[in-house]
Design a protein around this ligand. Structure first.
Ligand code: HEM
Length: 210
């Protein structure tokens, strides 16, 4: 169902008539500069986002700005974090739109979305539960364990999200290449155009031929 929607998005949406007609997705992918511009903007946006959220996380960990109340650091910095995040999501979705099926079957992209969801849940828990009694520890150089744990999880999750984003560009685990079974499963390769090739089956065939 989701894959069928992505096939339509990639190959049909916006397609005119005639042999050379391109869908909007294909036109975006083939554009000379637009895709690079989007990726550059995605990078700048996530630098703004990560740079500012790390400032808040390090304050919560009691590492930086120890003499400035947490609320002062958060109020100054978080509007920039929200702006960076919004731009990263908009440009990220636009990048995805250029190659929906490629990203759909990409293990790094899938893991990145899972970690992104985890990091967002961590933010929600922080706002709803951990921050409830902030006035008690706002000015403390070293906030309580729950706040420090939340900040440590946030820092780690965003570093992993950034690393997974970078790894998307590497084709080590592309569907159609001989892969361990679990990678074929995680990437839903059986449903992909390139198919699922089991590494152990290829090795067995090679041994039988030798
Ligand atoms: C704040 C959240 C995000 C962070 C920290 C992040 C991080 C990254 C990083 C580090 C890259 C690699 C850039 C490069 O090396 O050139 C990247 C690329 C990318 N991101 Fe994100 N991203 C975020 C949100 C999103 C979202 C919400 C989506 C889509 C739903 C998305 C889709 C993509 C795509 C499609 C690429 C291009 C990968 C490629 O083909 O090289 N990102 N992201």
């Amino acid at each position: 169902m989701l894959r069928a929607f992505l096939v339509w998005l990639q190959t049909q949406l916006g397609k005119g008539s005639g042999d050379l007609a391109r869908s909007w997705s294909e036109a975006l992918l083939e554009s000379l500069n637009f895709w690079s511009l989007l990726e550059g903007t995605h990078l700048l946006a996530l630098m703004l986002f990560a740079g500012t959220i790390f400032v808040v996380d390090l304050r919560l960990l009691g590492v930086t700005f120890r003499r400035t109340p947490v609320s002062v650091v958060s109020d100054r910095v978080l509007p920039l974090t929200v702006a960076g995040f919004t731009l990263a999501v908009v440009t990220g979705v636009a990048l995805f739109y250029a190659k929906p099926l490629f990203y759909y079957h990409n293990i790094w992209f899938r893991l990145k979305l899972v970690l992104l969801a985890f990091a967002l849940v961590n933010i929600a828990v922080f706002h709803v539960r951990v921050q409830r009694n902030r006035s008690d520890w706002d000015a403390a150089a070293r906030p309580p364990f729950s706040a420090r744990a939340s900040a440590a999880l946030s820092l780690s999750a965003w570093i992993v999200v950034i690393s997974l984003g970078r790894l998307i560009a590497y084709d080590w685990f592309e569907c159609g290449k001989p892969q361990p079974h679990f990678i074929n499963v995680v990437e839903s390769c059986a449903a992909s155009e390139a198919g699922a090739v089991e590494k152990h089956a290829v090795s067995r065939l090679a041994r039988a031929g030798a």
